[in-house]
Design a binder for this molecule. Structure first.
Ligand code: C5P
Length: 387
């Protein structure tokens, strides 16, 4: 990490890398420590975070770290570190480590637009690129001090995906187009009220992030949950079940697989009251009608597409999941427990079973949503192979 306000995003990056099983060792320049604390990274990674060449008497710290590393990621990378690396300057722990290192290097620049576009920086980036140093970002958006433009640090998920690719991570979904839905739907009662559910969209984000990292071309249809879509993934925002159906059906013909992680509302008010229903007018009566069942429609009309559904249940999880697998004509169902703490809606973990039309089931057990996403996509990749 070098000194930039975006260094706070590296906290999340370190976490993503750690969760994926990487041993993360951090080096901060002196300037970086003005934005984030070394202790944050020691606590998060379980390894001491280092700042100085001289902090471990009797050990040549930069040489050891350079030789141990399988990959080095500089995030955020200032114009200064890019210049130093291009010209072989090694005047602190970070630059000395990177000069000694022979592992792949990934640089995520973050700086003001003028610095990024300056011929000096352009030249330094070219020098590094010619030595096979990889770059991710910068993106365009808001910068420090309220400025706008190119120079914003790539999002942690995008840096993570680039690192996975550089590490030769699995690309077993390359060339596959996967449609993933996520979040709840909101069904309007009147202009200010709706019927909805507690789905956050986290499971769908885990699936979309993992599928994109494995090379899939992901189309993400997101209802009004609490999550942000993963950066770099084509996203269609929808509100109602009807809008979700229309968005899904539009891209369905080009999809190779559809994963419906959305908690689509099953019922909606038959009539949407045009003005706000007033309390003074007495208790309103809501008459409900079923929403279109998107997955059942896909199950009836599919040609080559793989179909994966979710079954959120409070009881009888596996039985209900198996019934949905048959009735909706699906290849896989992820049956999960909802309505309790630590599993399902809004949580980072999920108690779930993976049920398969070919009978290869994974019984109900706790997962992190990331691990569950990986397991579901392992199944999808395997099904693509045998088709
Ligand atoms: O029937 P149930 O709502 O329990 O089925 C859950 C699965 O069906 C989920 O994958 C969900 O995304 C999908 N579904 C749908 N259209 C609906 C309701 C649910 O596609 N109207």
């Amino acid at each position: 990490m070098t000194g930039g306000i975006a260094a706070y995003k590296s906290v999340h990056l370190a976490r993503l890398l750690g969760e994926a099983g990487a041993e993360v060792q951090t080096v901060l320049t002196a300037a970086a420590t003005r934005f984030v604390g070394a202790d944050t990274f020691s606590g998060l990674t379980g390894f001491p975070a280092h700042v100085s060449l001289w902090e471990q008497p009797g050990e040549v710290l930069h040489v050891r770290m350079a030789h141990e590393a399988d990959m080095a990621i500089v995030a955020p990378a200032t114009a200064n570190i890019i210049a130093k690396l291009a010209h072989g300057i090694a005047d602190d722990l970070l630059t000395a480590t990177l000069l000694e290192a022979r592992c792949p290097i990934l640089i995520a620049p973050a700086m003001h637009t003028g610095m990024w576009e300056h011929p000096a920086t352009r030249g330094n980036v070219s020098i590094l690129a010619s030595r096979d140093v990889r770059f991710v970002g910068p993106e365009s958006g808001s910068l420090a001090h309220g400025d706008e433009g190119v120079g914003r640090l790539a999002e942690p998920e995008a840096i993570f995906a680039a690192a996975t690719e550089l590490a030769g991570g699995r690309r077993d979904l390359e060339g596959r187009r996967i449609l993933i839905t996520a979040g709840p739907t909101h069904e309007p009662i009147d202009p200010v009220r709706f019927l909805g559910n507690r789905s956050s969209g986290k499971m769908g984000v885990a699936l979309a992030t993992e599928a994109a990292a494995r090379g899939a071309d992901v189309i993400f249809v997101l209802g009004p949950g609490t999550v942000s879509p993963p950066p770099g993934v084509q996203t269609v925002n929808v509100t109602t079940a009807q809008e979700m159906r229309d968005a899904v059906l539009e891209t369905f013909p080009e999809a190779d697989a559809v994963i419906m992680a959305a908690a689509v509302a099953d019922f909606r008010p038959k009539k949407v009251t045009p003005g706000k229903i007033k309390k003074e007018d007495g208790m309103p009566e809501l008459i409900l009608e079923p929403t279109p069942d998107i997955l059942s429609e896909l199950g009836r009309t599919r040609t080559r597409q793989l179909l994966v559904g979710f079954a959120a249940e409070t009881t009888g999880v596996e039985e209900a999941g198996r019934e949905k697998l048959r009735r909706k004509g699906l290849d896989l169902v992820v049956a999960n427990l909802v309505g309790q703490g630590g599993t399902g809606f809004g949580s980072d973990t999920n108690e779930a079973a993976i049920l398969s039309a070919d009978g290869e089931d994974e019984p109900l057990r706790p997962w992190t949503k990331r691990d569950l996403a990986q397991a579901v996509l392992d199944r999808v990749a395997a099904l693509f192979e045998i088709r």
